[in-house]
Design a protein around this ligand. Sequence first.
Ligand code: ZN
Length: 287
Amino acid sequence: MIQFKKNNNLSKNTVFDAKKDTTISLTQCIKCSAKLEDSKIIGSLGVCFYCGYHFKQPARQRIESICDKDSFVELNSNIVSANILDFPDYCTKLENARKASQEEEAVVCGLCTIKGFKVAIFVMEPNFMLGSMGIVVGEKITDLFEHALENELPVVGFTVSGGARMQEGILSLMQMAKISGAVKRHSDAGHLYLCILTNPTTGGVTASFAMGADIILAEPFALIGFAGPRVIEQTTRNRLPEGFQQSDFILEKGFVDDIVERKAQKKYIAKALLLHSYRKELMYDSI
Ligand SMILES: [Zn+2]
């Protein structure tokens, strides 16, 4: 069965270049309502200068800020989704998502160094159907874990997702088991998996590989859960406590290990790698 097609015409390393946009556009902070210039938000790693709210950050910007300069090498950039169930308007939605995100899929995977430590890394893309998980996302992340297992590398992941991609039906739900299997094999071999949950991380992604990490971190103000608060309230007919499913709340309940601000994440990850014996002598020389 053909589950996805490969498009060999795509550039292997599409780099998000904010400088191309010369018009000044403003974004209003959801938390404090301050109006901020988009270019300045990018300069501050997508964090509001006034209240510290963390905006959704495109995958390439995140890679640029987390990976050591020029160390990122992308894997499987040429796998793209196909409308295998003939779901109405899915092809148009995919095309729009590609335009909106400048990415070919909802996750970017590759190898890089972080403060000198060699890692396999995946970063989900919020502007591609809100990081929804279809067959290609499942295949790319599974392949990354398999590559990491083969090469004895830790995995660092950044999640942002509305959950499984409904246009791919049960095939998207199957990715939960597929990725979780790869995470388990990587874990059984004694390798570290560190995952940073960003706003929002929900649905099948939360219910599988996002919560399967050895170290689970969250960004400030991130919504993290399975079903959204509105759905839970409507189903249970109960009022939810204040801050339900927000980072602080789930840290208190023990679902995540720590909340780490974006500007501190690179150092935090490097410390975790050092503590888990990913010594510099284990690094590849080629990157
Ligand atoms: Zn703000």
